[in-house]
Design a protein. Structure first.
Length: 149
């Protein structure tokens, strides 16, 4: 029985390896056939477009635009970076804190201190005692085992 199973397995493996080779496609041959059928020759078209004398020179166009008083973003960026009135966000933040604006750092600390005074486990147990159903108990009943702790 083992020999039969192994021979079937070997035949299947050989078929899997050989069948794709039998149906392999020669894409170069298909490409040449399409070219022979007067299909568009993209290689030739691309070469012709590259060889055209009026090819677009984007560097030249960019320089022409800069020469025409168009906005020079490089120069504008440098000028903005060099301005002495650059915004100091740390200073603005401190000024807002000094103006009795909401101090989120202090509020966060206060809230964290308050939350450490609350015993959430005790509140959970109180709510379970008041409630008509216990989600943990329902979970155990439906799943047949306890997922908590």
């Amino acid at each position: 029985m083992k020999r039969f199973a192994l021979s079937i397995l070997a035949a299947s493996a050989a078929a899997i390896a050989i069948v794709p080779v039998a149906y392999a496609v020669d894409f170069e041959q298909l490409r040449q056939e399409n070219l022979d059928k007067d299909a568009v020759n993209f290689d030739r078209t691309r070469r012709e477009n590259l060889e055209k004398s009026n090819a677009v020179d984007f560097d030249q166009l960019r320089q022409e635009n800069l020469d025409k008083d168009a906005v020079n973003f490089d120069r504008t960026r440098r000028e903005n970076l060099e301005k002495s009135s650059a915004v100091d966000f740390d200073q603005l933040r401190q000024e807002n804190l000094d103006k009795d604006a909401v101090n989120f750092d202090r509020t966060r600390r206060e809230n964290l201190e308050k939350s450490s005074a609350v015993d959430f486990e005790r509140l959970r147990l109180e709510n379970l005692e008041k409630s008509a159903f216990n989600p943990d108990e329902l979970r155990r009943e439906h799943l047949g085992f306890n997922l908590t702790h």
